[in-house]
Design a protein around this ligand. Structure first.
Ligand code: PRX
Length: 634
């Protein structure tokens, strides 16, 4: 670790209040805070107590004096062939209009608004509009289907839903409205109104008295002046659902002031973005990366941000670099999967466009393998910075803070602990602190720094239980990731300790997929695991035990059952969660106490040593898994 950065990091831990009080100057406060940190009720941390601010003000209004006419939001859709640039003034206008629309539907400070949207500008207007009036947004990834959506509607109990007729992927419209209608039908909670953007991609049936047309409302509120609502720093900005070990997703809840400060600081110290430049993050607004680094982070920093609807290979695999050239992109943020997809395409496309404006490519969300990192770094002739974090933290835990001190990246490592994070590697069973090159659970000693989750929405107990009680003897926050640290202080992430899998950078809980599969009448039980995949990092694979084993005896019958099961997952959770295969076995490998040995199944699938099997009840069950994966159709 560089000396300067080491001192910076040390101060952030030893003098938390002094450190963060300084960082807090990076944003506008309507009223100053009276206390930097209130940690009187561990592990709950309250940052910048008494301070009043607003995320929308910091993202838009405060830039108006200097850069009203400069680009703020650049929307590019290679799906519908649209490109629209909104200046800060225009984004301000559209956001106030959306805020007036929401307020007109009775949305008040603290009310929830659920946003189920494709990558269109109105999604960003809706997020910023909520932030403006102090409503809590809950964005649900457009790739999720009815049951996933219904579970989130019931948990968030939104007054209003903002949605659209359809998204589009690889040129094919994907209707959202029927999924939304079905979700509201299943959900116990019924939103009072649904604001719908009609893109003209899919026919929509309107529910009288509930469904409203955005275009009409926009006209009605075109001139609306909606002032910013100043919020106490610890009021809630948003909830974002994420998967864990159980079948019910957790609403990760974030504050206002801490998040704004954390993002502003990360834009300066980690991403090194300057006002007036352009940031291009290829994630989706449905994920935390989209929240932090498509919407809030770049805008808070006064940068233009690109909202991209499309894939990295349409119309051809040069599209990302073409956009870098066209919009003079300075910083890019993507996921390793996208780069692995490009790797299979013509490498000449990497140098076809003038990408000289690009300083750094950041990658996050899943492990970045060395060959991919080298390929893209050499192909572009630009540094690649891997960074590691979670929905829960909102901004990087591990990265390089090149804005503080230039540090060399090590292939395979997302870098060193970021300022504010008191990071430790702990023994899973004893909680003992581990040394150099010893594998352990990556843990954060609380308090968590600004920007991290405040709690699980509506369930403080679950927050404490889930995150702070799993490592024996330590009241530490578990990331549920394995890691090791080398002698230079660089960390390496070695996969999850729990049943969370990561498919193409999408975080999924295997429990949810298992629950969905079990809706098939023929199924007795099943286990879903994540199996290594060359492109997607991992894919979900299911092992199913049928009530009547002979039902899958014939290959055609097995194929039909597999199709039916996958269709259920598609319908309930969305294609993003669909296992790549369902294998039929007679029994699942379990311990004598009945716990499914997921790690052993995964090891066998990846042709690794399954490790200690002394507790296995029936070794034959593991052999069946081995045979099933090895056979052309299990
Ligand atoms: O397992 C880690 C993996 O993704 C998880 C968090 O996913 P999510 O909540 O969707 O947030 C993504 C924010 C970037 C982590 O627990 N992960 C994330 N980044 C990396 C990573 N694994 C290895 N290397 C990374 N850079």
């Amino acid at each position: 670790m560089g000396q300067r950065y080491e001192a910076f990091h040390r101060r952030s831990i030893e003098d938390r209040e002094g450190f963060w009080a300084e960082q807090a100057q990076l944003i506008d406060w309507h009223e100053p805070f009276t206390q930097v940190l209130d940690y009187s009720r561990p592990p709950f941390a309250r940052w910048f107590v008494g301070g009043r601010t607003n995320l929308c003000h910091n993202a838009i209004d405060r830039h108006l004096a200097e850069r009203a006419g400069q680009p703020a939001l650049i929307h590019v859709s290679t799906e519908t062939n649209e490109e629209t640039v909104y200046s800060f003034a225009e984004l301000h206008r559209e956001t106030m209009t959306m805020a007036a629309i929401l307020a007109g539907q009775g949305v008040e400070r603290g009310d929830r608004v659920l946003i189920y949207m494709p990558m269109i500008p109105q999604a960003v207007f809706a997020m910023l509009a909520c932030a403006r009036i102090g409503a809590i947004h809950s964005v649900v990834f457009g790739g999720f289907a009815s049951n996933s959506l219904a579970a989130r509607i019931d948990d968030a109990t939104p007054k209003v839903v903002v949605s659209a007729d359809a998204g589009s992927r690889a040129g094919k419209a994907i209707a959202y409205k029927p999924l939304l209608d079905e979700a509201i039908r299943i959900a116990r909670h019924k939103p009072a109104s649904v604001v719908l953007v009609d893109r003209g991609l899919a026919p929509m049936e309107r529910v009288a008295g509930r469904d409203l047309d955005y275009a009409e409302l926009r006209k009605a509120h075109a001139e609306a002046e909606v002032p910013v609502t100043w919020l106490e720093s610890n009021e809630i900005s948003y909830t974002l659902y994420t998967s864990g070990t159980t079948g019910t997703p957790k609403g990760v809840q974030r504050d206002v002031g801490g998040y704004a400060v954390a993002l502003a600081a990360s834009m300066r110290h980690i991403y090194c973005g300057k006002a007036g430049e352009t940031y291009f993050c290829t994630s989706d607004i449905g994920w935390v990366v989209g929240h932090s680094y498509i919407v809030y982070g770049p805008l808070i920093a006064g940068m233009a941000t690109i909202l991209y609807e499309g894939t990295p290979i349409r119309p051809d695999a040069g599209i990302l670099w073409q956009l870098v050239e066209k919009y003079r992109v300075s910083l890019m943020f993507s996921a390793p999967t996208a780069i692995r997809v490009l790797k299979k395409q013509d490498p000449a496309l990497l140098t076809k466009y003038d990408t000289s404006s690009l300083r750094t490519l950041f990658l996050a969300g899943e492990p970045l393998d060395e060959p991919t990192a080298r390929w893209i770094s050499e192909g572009l002739g630009r540094p690649i910075i891997d960074n590691y974090w979670q929905t829960e933290t909102g901004w990087p835990i591990l990265a390089l803070a090149n804005g503080v001190e230039r540090m060399t990246a090590k292939f395979g490592s997302p870098g060193v602990p970021m300022y504010g994070y008191d990071l430790h590697l702990l023994h899973e069973q004893t909680g003992a602190e581990l040394g150099v090159n010893e594998k352990g659970v990556v843990a954060i000693f609380p308090p968590l720094p600004p920007g991290c989750m405040q709690t699980v929405w509506g369930d403080d107990e679950r927050f404490v239980e889930t995150y702070f009680t799993t490592i024996p003897g330590q009241a530490a926050y578990s990331t549920f990731d394995w890691g090791i640290r080398d002698e230079d202080g660089y960390y390496f992430i070695l996969g999850r300790t729990d049943d969370v899998i990561n498919v193409a950078g999408h975080r999924l809980g295997t429990r949810e997929i298992e629950e969905s599969l079990s809706h098939h009448a023929a199924l007795a039980e099943c286990a879903v695991i994540g199996m290594a995949d060359a492109i997607k990092g991992q894919v979900a694979v299911a092992f199913a035990v049928l009530k009547d084993a002979s039902a899958a005896a014939q290959p055609e019958a097995a194929l039909r059952l597999e199709k039916e099961m996958l269709a259920i997952v598609d319908r309930q959770l969305g294609a993003v969660a669909r296992p790549s295969r369902v294998y039929f076995v007679m029994a699942l490998p379990k311990t004598r106490s009945g716990k499914v040995l997921r790690r052993a199944i995964q090891a066998v699938c990846e042709q690794r040593d399954p490790g200690d099997l002394t507790t296995i009840e029936d070794p034959n069950a593991l052999q069946q898994v081995r045979d099933a994966v090895g056979s052309p159709h299990g």
